[in-house]
Design a protein around this ligand. Structure first.
Ligand code: FES
Length: 272
């Protein structure tokens, strides 16, 4: 019997025997509850997995080795789009596998990559004119305003409103509304009009960042200083430092306080 099978069996046994131990301590009871197994279906096959796991962890517990469709495990990379349905419910739901907790009898299938249309463009030649987006993504106007995209978004983005802003040529508003997009593609997976909203938003944010938002003067000044070699000596010195000393320097560096105002400066201003 494999280690996993043994683990599953002993967890199941713990649950089974719980009723016979009225004097069990609260701590022991807690452990038994944590070990309770619940049934789920992955790609149509039934597995018993500990309750409380995320879909991603439940899949791994069931033996899946996730090479694609698994990145940050923290809800920020968008690699783990999943579609599922609960028993007795006709509705297909979507979620991030690393965030959604399993429920008994869930039917789960992972869609780590969604083959949506992503326009090819040479960004250098693009302007901030809305027509640039219209030309690259004419399907933008296929949106039927059903709002399925918004309902599917695990980030709570008003996806349909952002698409509406793009249709009106308001790239800045589309960029603002879609700022939290993690490119999981779940909006597209539910779109009746076959739009690749997340790719359109990425283009909007690129245009906004490069062509619309005012350039940060202090950043330009810093880039110039770097190019002029102002930090060369400091970097050369750092390259000579041994690893342990480097770690110490990093740990003891003066960090900007979270509540610092615009006029905050570090004690050592040699490299400002
Ligand atoms: S693994 Fe990155 S969002 Fe789930």
């Amino acid at each position: 019997m494999s280690a996993k099978q043994t683990k599953k069996k002993s967890a199941a046994a713990a649950v089974k025997h719980r009723a016979k131990e009225p004097a069990a301590t609260a701590v022991k009871e807690e452990k038994k509850i944590a070990a309770k197994l619940i049934p789920i279906y992955i790609m149509g096959k039934r597995y018993e997995v500990p309750e409380g796991l995320t879909i991603m962890k439940a899949m791994e517990y069931a033996g899946y080795v996730l090479i694609r469709g698994c990145g940050c495990r923290g809800g920020t990379c968008g690699a783990c789009g999943t579609v599922y349905r609960k028993p007795g419910d006709y509705k297909l739901q979507v979620a991030l596998a690393c965030q959604k907790t399993i429920e008994p009898d869930m039917y789960i299938a992972q869609i780590p990559f969604f083959p949506a249309n992503r326009a090819l463009y040479d960004f250098v030649g693009l302007t901030s004119a809305p027509e640039e987006v219209f030309k690259l993504y004419p399907e933008l106007f296929r949106c039927v305003a059903c709002n399925a995209c918004t309902k599917a978004c695990p980030q709570g983005i008003e996806v349909m409103d952002a698409i509406s802003a793009l249709k009106q040529g308001n790239i800045s508003e589309a960029a603002r509304l879609s700022f939290d997009c993690i490119q999981c593609g779940l909006c597209t997976s539910r779109c009746f009009g076959e739009l690749a909203q997340y790719h359109m938003f990425q283009l909007a944010r690129r245009i906004y960042g490069a062509r619309i938002v005012p350039r940060a003067e202090h950043l330009a000044g810093m880039v110039k200083a770097v190019n002029e070699g102002r930090y060369d000596q400091f970097l050369d010195e750092l390259k000579q430092v041994k690893e342990d000393e480097l770690k110490k320097l990093y740990q003891e560096r003066e960090a900007e306080p979270m509540t610092a105002g615009e006029d905050w400066k570090p004690k050592d201003t040699r490299y400002l």
